[in-house]
Design a protein. Sequence first.
Length: 165
Amino acid sequence: MTAERLILEYLNTNKNKRVIKHKGVRAGFLGLPDFKYYKYQTLANRCSFLKNNGYIKEVNGEYFVTYKGEDFFKKKTKISFKRFEPNKTDKDSKNLLLIYDIPENKKAHRDWFRKELISFHFVMIQRSVWVGPHPLPKEFVDYVKSIGLEDKIKTFKLAKGFNKK
């Protein structure tokens, strides 16, 4: 297939799209990230962060990803957490108070934990204070221990069920 035909096919399939995105980033004609929609200062700050932390290095005006950068990228893309099926319904009494303090450097863990609480029909009272049906599934509690969050979470059994007004 000729390059002209590929270009025409690409333009034809994307003619009704106002903005083409790939993984949430605006993409240009060839599907590569289109950085012109980012502020220069934002890109400069991000590059500076990567360079200062040793994730990229500059040699003669060209940037390269370091081994540390490759490891960082692999760790960021590798995190996937187990999903659990709720053993209670939304109608069950909310008699378990759960308080957690998961640090900022474990953002992925914290986001996963919040999603799981929602699937278990928990309701947020404050940012890190939730109430839901007692008890949490044993498999979930074991998994939370295995990923190192057991000391970041406290639960309390309420004498009377919580009613959201």
